[in-house]
Unconditional design. Structure first.
Ligand code: FAD
Length: 399
């Protein structure tokens, strides 16, 4: 298979797409464009072990992987525009190439990259809270380096937002001996992702580990040395971290391509195809339509970036798609591993199948009228993996 593919966004999704294309026999040219100067690294570590060790974990298997992938890397270059061409299918061996205009990616150094096929993998950036100068956000290596240096001198940390990033930073900062207050506007943080019962059990972990969690709170103002809550409370802080969600990086593609995106991601079908032939989107920047549920979902998890990359590589090369698997994510907090697979929002009941919600570990199965639809475990990877595999088998046999 030959032709040319350009991937915009050189992180987990983009790199996984290149790996999958090569594994599926694509021999054409591949260009990987990324605005970060570093070779791809593990983002999940930034809120966890990196804050202790200061060492980024590389995503590439080893140095020779860059050679094996045989891609042109354009790092430290930002894509600032996209001119769609007609696209053309990847050529199978021996086929004559149909003539078509390539797609064009415009870079901030004035260069233009042209390719038959584009994969958009530009991820997301932290949602900002306006008017809070000096606050920390956590998305990339620079953010993590800054936060790490500051945490070593911090006595009182206030984290606004108790989602997974906020919770993990709270846990890591506690590990460094920092006094931590975590505030969230929701009555039970992460209830949308975990369901109320499990989310409440996870919220208890903060108190059990010496972190003050204030829920259902509204912020009146943020000063460099304190967060003021509506109702009068003042939370003294020498460092403030904001973790209130992420916004997809889509604006760079320009509003000349209205079919490519709405405000919350590049819209794709289940195969990662946008409305423009030969342009695909994957990872945190993609909003995928599921014809079965009718829902459009942007999944901001590590595993989704990889499976979407494999799906798109299959679509581009005309090879069989990967088996459907249940959505999966994990989090590490206070030395414990939290894992979730499946779709808790589809559940009518929750069954504790091991341990206790207020104990050191538990495994819970979410069911819809008796049928398992999701599983969540705290520190029980073995039972979790068995349940997760069953969910995957159920999905495969249902389709
Ligand atoms: C601190 C942190 C901890 C996390 N922990 C977990 C976890 O424990 N478990 C889990 O399941 N998931 C976790 N995640 C989520 C997971 O890391 C993401 O889902 C995954 O990184 C998405 O990969 P991606 O390649 O789509 O996007 P990204 O990793 O965001 O990569 C996108 C890349 O594109 C670049 N880019 C953006 N715009 C342009 C442009 N115009 N031109 C060129 N390049 C551009 C970006 O700089 C970036 O390098 C975590 C995320 C963060 C930030």
């Amino acid at each position: 298979m030959t032709g040319s593919v350009a991937v915009v966004g050189a992180s987990l999704a983009g790199l996984s797409a290149v790996r999958a294309l090569r594994a599926r026999g694509f021999h054409g040219t591949v260009t990987l464009i990324g605005d970060e100067p570093d070779l791809p690294y593990e983002r999940p570590a930034l809120s966890k072990e990196f804050l202790h060790t200061g060492e980024p974990t590389g995503l590439l298997e080893d140095h020779s992987e860059t050679a094996r992938l045989d891609a042109q890397w354009l790092l430290g270059r930002r894509a600032i525009g996209l001119t769609p061409g007609m696209g053309r299918p990847i050529e199978q061996e021996g086929e004559a190439a149909p003539h078509a205009e390539p797609h064009l990616i415009h870079l901030d150094d004035g260069r233009t990259v042209s390719a038959d096929t584009l994969i958009l993998a530009t991820g997301a950036r932290p949602r900002r809270l306006p008017g809070v100068p000096g606050a920390h956000y956590l998305r990339n290596l620079d953010d993590a380096r800054r936060l790490r240096e500051t945490l070593y001198e911090t006595k009182q940390l206030v984290i606004i937002g108790a989602g997974f990033i906020g919770a993990e930073v709270a846990s890591s900062a506690r590990g460094l001996g920092v006094d931590v207050t975590l505030v969230d506007s929701a009555p039970i943080p992460s209830a949308a992702a975990l369901g109320e019962t499990i989310a409440a059990a996870c919220a208890d972990l903060h108190a059990r580990n010496g972190v003050r969690l204030l829920t259902g709170t509204r912020i009146e103002s943020v000063r460099p040395d304190a967060v003021h809550l509506i109702g009068g409370a003042r939370l003294a802080a020498d460092t403030i971290v904001i973790g209130i969600g992420a916004t997809p990086n889509i604006e760079w593609a320009g509003d000349r391509n209205p079919l490519l995106h709405n405000a919350d991601g590049f819209e794709t079908d289940t195969q990662g195809r946008t409305a423009i032939p030969g342009i695909y989107a994957i990872g945190d920047c993609a909003r995928v339509h599921d014809p079965i549920s009718g829902r459009d979902t942007r999944s901001e998890h590590w595993n989704a970036a990889i499976t979407q990359a494999q799906t798109v590589a299959a679509a581009i090369t005309g090879t069989p798609p990967p088996a459907r698997t249940a959505p999966y994510f994990w989090s590490h907090q206070y030395g414990k591993l939290l894992q979730l697979a499946g779709d808790p929002t589809a559940a009518t009941d929750l069954r504790i199948i091991d341990g206790a919600l207020d104990g050191e570990s538990f495994t819970a199965r979410y069911e819809h009228n008796g049928t398992p639809v999701a599983v969540c475990a705290l520190d029980n990877p073995r039972l979790f993996t068995r349940q997760r595999k069953q969910l995957d088998r159920d999905l495969t046999s249902a389709h």
